[in-house]
Design a protein around this ligand. Structure first.
Ligand SMILES: [Zn+2]
Length: 80
């Protein structure tokens, strides 16, 4: 049987419909038995749906924000 880790690794392909029939079957079998992965997939699916419904997100703004946050994390609290 698939391990939880293997399932997580394949989860986005699963949701994108990129898996073979055999892989999909293995994944579904795991999901039937494993409540944690069921929750994980449900959450992931929800997130994916929300992202898809967002109107044109300004990615460049997000990149700048991520950069600022990364820089802030590198230099902790040095204000003069
Ligand atoms: Zn699992």
């Amino acid at each position: 049987m698939l391990s939880c880790k293997q399932l997580v690794l394949r989860s986005s392909d699963f949701l994108d419909g990129q898996l073979t029939l055999r892989e999909r079957f293995a994944l579904r079998t795991h999901l039937v038995m494993c409540i944690n992965c069921r929750r994980f997939i449900r959450q992931l699916r929800l997130t994916q749906r929300v992202v898809q419904q967002l109107p044109e997100v300004d990615i460049s703004g997000l990149d700048a924000l991520a950069e600022r946050l990364a820089r802030a994390a590198e230099k902790p609290e040095k204000r003069s």
